[in-house]
Structures are given as C-alpha cells and as structure tokens.
Design a protein around this ligand. Structure first.
Ligand code: NAD
Length: 292
C-alpha cells in the first residue's frame, strides 16, 4: 500500500470564485447595455435552521454577483394551493429567470407536485422531470446544482473522468442519481451504491473516483478507499464535538487523507460550488429566455 503524505485538497471556494468571476463579468456587460439582469426567486417554507442559512447564502451570492434576488419566506402551515399560486405567479414574472424551492418541505406538502409546477425553463435546481429527462438523454439542459458542481470541481483540477471507475454512494434524486448520469455522460464507468448494497466497502474500493452523498458523519474510512483514489465528499453533517458544533462530511478526512490522491474538504468543498452552479444556472436560464 502506497502512502501519499499529502493529498491534493480540492478547494471548492477557489473553484466557486472562478465560476463567479465569469458571471460577474457577464453581468457587468448586461448592465452596460442597460439590459435587465438575471433574477432568482427562492421560496423557503418553514423555519428549518439549516435551510434558513442556505437561503441566506444564496441571497448573498446573488447580491455579490449583481443578480436580482427575491426570497419568499412562507410559514410552515401554508397550504399547498397557496404555494402553487405563488409558483404560478413566479412562472409568469418577467423579472424572474430562476425559481428554487428550498428542500426539505413540511410533510403536508406534496414535493413532486410543487417541483413539477415550476416552469422547466426556470427550473434552476434541475429537478423538474423535463430537465431530468433531458439529462438522461445527455442533452444540454438545466442540471441539478450539486451534481454539476462535482463535475466542475473534477474539471477545474483537470481530473480525467473518461474511462475511470466512478462509485457514487447515495441514490437520491437531488445528488446521487444525477451525479451518476453526469459521470456516465463524461464516459466514466459508474456504479451506484446505497444503504442496501452488499459488501459496500469492497464496491467503494474499486473507485478511481469516489463520490459520497450519504449524510452520515465520517462513515467512510480507509477500508473503503483504493490507494490513489479521488474523493468528492458531498455530505454535510452537523456534529457536536467537545461541546463545539462543527460541520463534517461523510468521509473521515483524517483517516483517509494519507491514502487518497485528492479530496474535497467539508466545509469548503462541494458546498460553495453548489451555490456558484445555482448562479450559473440562473444566468443560463436568463440567456435562453432572452434569446427567444
Ligand atoms: P438523502 O437522504 O436523500 O439520500 C441519502 C442516500 O444515502 C440514500 O440514497 C441512501 O440509500 C444512502 N445511504 C444512507 N445510509 C447509507 C449507508 N449506511 N451506506 C450507504 N449508503 C447509505 O440525502 P441527499 O439529499 O442525497 O444528501 C446527501 C448528503 O449530501 C447530505 O449530507 C446532504 O446534507 C448533503 N448535500 C450537500 C449538498 C452540498 O451543496 N454540499 C447539497 C445537497 C446535499
């Protein structure tokens, strides 16, 4: 077993900065042409503290980059028809190019019905069946932000995807499934593992590129890692250690970092790139609408 003393840290903040710099220059040009800027509407339902932080960060990013931003804070008791009415008005609002419903939703709301009511051309989270279908076909479309962020990180660091063995752990529609399709579209040989996978450590050990989207703190240790693997840790888990709150990934960073070739940290890995991809999708949706 080779021991790498120092893995390459795949710095998501750096990747996000580069994406955002390009967006800022494009928005400056739009402003100088006195065109309207791209607009994003985020809908937050209820008081989930993590969701409140994510929504605040998205609003800050819009303002920093010069996008128009609206945040709709709705009470957790809101009825489904009121949510659908709001989405319908945003679908017709000419200032808005992107609509994002912050997940998770309160239990009484039908998530699929709500997500399916978004105009697919404004679906900047890429979760509408129309956009997911186009993703399956390999067409250009609005793709889910976190999966797209994973690809952006790999490409930023010139990590070769084509022909690699990629193992994705997690099969959610938000992360696991779309990232698997994106990797397959980039010519990786993809295995999807999940909570029912047998001998999961052995499966993970085949990965040249290991993507973890589980939501279990530090579950992945060196027994799961092939020597020289590239690890992308999507997990964001809140832990209390010695009375201090901290964020950790699915991967036990300290335990694996001598074995892998490169790894994303948590925080500072996939998270910032996800927000940059949301901004990028909003600009993309804007350009598409303006070209019609
Ligand atoms: P999810 O709960 O919808 O899906 C989790 C998946 O992990 C499931 O498919 C399940 O089969 C699998 N799983 C659960 N326990 C497992 C185990 N012991 N072994 C193997 N597989 C197991 O979660 P999600 O929405 O896909 O999110 C996953 C993680 O990614 C969470 O920590 C979430 O907070 C994080 N996340 C991060 C970002 C970001 O921007 N960095 C964005 C979205 C989600």
């Amino acid at each position: 077993m080779t021991v790498n003393s120092k893995p390459l840290i795949l710095n998501g903040r750096l990747v996000a900065d580069e994406v955002q710099k390009n967006i800022i220059s494009e928005i400056e040009i739009l402003k100088s042409q006195q065109k309207r800027v791209p607009g994003l509407a985020v809908v937050l339902i209820g008081n989930d503290p993590a969701s409140q932080i994510y929504v605040k960060n998205k609003d800050i990013a819009c303002k920093k980059l010069g996008l128009y931003s609206e945040v709709h804070n709705l009470p957790s008791t809101i009825s489904e028809s009121e949510v659908l009415n709001l989405i319908s008005s945003l679908n017709f609002n000419n200032k808005i190019d992107g609509i994002l419903i912050q997940l998770p939703l309160p239990n009484h709301l039908n998530k699929e019905k709500i997500l399916d009511s978004i105009d697919p051309t404004k679906d900047v989270d890429g979760l509408h069946p129309y956009n997911l279908g186009k993703l399956m076909r390999g067409d250009k479309t609005l793709t889910p932000c976190t999966p797209q962020g994973v690809i952006e990180i790999l490409k930023h660091y010139s990590i070769n995807i084509s022909g690699c063995s990629a193992v994705v752990i997690g099969r959610s529609i938000l992360v696991g499934k779309p990232v698997s399709i994106l990797l397959a579209n980039e010519n990786a040989t993809v295995t999807i593992a999940h909570s029912k996978t047998k001998n999961i450590e052995e499966v993970a050990k085949n990965a040249d590129i290991l993507i973890s989207a589980i939501g279990k703190p530090k579950l992945i240790t060196k027994n799961w890692i092939k020597d020289g693997a590239i690890i992308i840790d999507v997990g964001i888990n809140r832990l209390q250690e010695n009375g201090v709150n901290k964020l950790v990934g699915d991967v036990d960073f300290e335990n694996v970092n001598q074995l892998c070739k490169a790894i994303t940290p948590v925080p500072g890995g996939v998270g910032p790139v996800t927000i940059a991809m949301l901004m990028s999708n909003t600009l993309k949706a804007y350009k598409e609408r303006m070209s019609k």
